[in-house]
Design a protein around this ligand. Structure first.
Ligand code: 13P
Length: 252
């Protein structure tokens, strides 16, 4: 049975003290209301990682970063390596988020390099893919996602896929209040799973968690998560509010 995961992507929000408060309150809730059904993961800004790791120590809640460098180490001023993220106590890293792709010009080959290094450092990768509105309107969304997977992910070896979680995030649904319908999410998730099956076989395809992201909130999470190929969510705005994030986790 593949894992159900609800990951919060805090993006560039909250100063350190606020992040610590949020992590503590989410953690308190999850300790008091444990769920076997889903793994919760907090993906925080880099500087929050080490203190939040302390808060989450000895709990079931995972910790992740939102990006990592495309080089292992060296003279890359301002960059944060996958190994550093791991050493801060995180187990996950988001790679290929559409905000990185569009604002920082990250292309599929750079995303592949980052993914490779993150896996080598012992991190699990939450690999993001998804089309922009124009691509959906032109009905090329399946081709767009296929290319992102082929060029950004599918050079990996079969055993690497055990540490890959895919997040389908239609860009037109991110932060817009527009959510993909459960059917739109399901058909893309099934398409992604079929591509994984073609490349890596049925066993890997059946075990890979595919999360939905884009304006997921307590009011729509249960319906989206009820789709057979939707294995949880990558949550932006709603992960900044303890009650909303915890309600989304409960929706699994
Ligand atoms: P929102 O939930 O704010 O739409 O963001 C989704 C997202 O980008 C998660 O990575």
């Amino acid at each position: 049975m593949r894992k159900k995961i609800v990951a919060g992507n805090w993006k560039m929000n909250m100063v350190l003290s606020e992040g610590i408060e949020l992590a503590k309150s989410v953690n308190k809730h999850l300790v008091e209301h444990p769920t076997e059904k889903a793994t919760a993961v907090l993906c925080t800004p880099f500087i929050h990682l080490a203190p939040v790791a302390e808060i989450l120590k000895d709990t079931q809640t995972g910790l992740g970063a939102q990006n990592c460098a495309s080089e292992a180490s060296g003279a890359y001023t301002g960059e944060i390596s996958a190994e550093m993220i791991k050493s801060a106590g995180a187990q996950y890293v988001i790679i290929g988020h559409s905000e990185r792709r569009s604002y920082y010009n990250e292309d599929d080959s750079l995303i592949y390099k980052k993914t490779f290094l993150a896996l080598k450092s012992g991190l699990k990768v939450i690999f993001c893919c998804g089309e922009v509105l124009q691509e959906r309107e032109e009905q090329i969304h399946f081709e767009v996602v296929k290319k992102q997977l082929l060029d950004g992910l599918f050079n990996l070896q079969k055993e690497d896929l055990k540490n890959i979680i895919i997040a389908y995030e239609p860009v037109w649904a991110i932060g817009t209040g527009l959510t993909a319908s459960p059917q739109q999410a399901q058909e893309m998730h099934l398409f992604i799973r079929t591509l994984i099956q073609e490349r890596y076989g049925k066993e890997i395809a059946d075990e890979t968690s595919i999360l939905y992201g884009g304006s997921c909130k307590p009011s729509n999470a249960a319906e989206i998560f009820s789709m057979p190929d939707v294995d949880g969510g990558l949550i932006g705005g709603a992960s900044l509010k303890k009650d909303d994030f915890c309600a989304i986790i409960s929706a699994i």
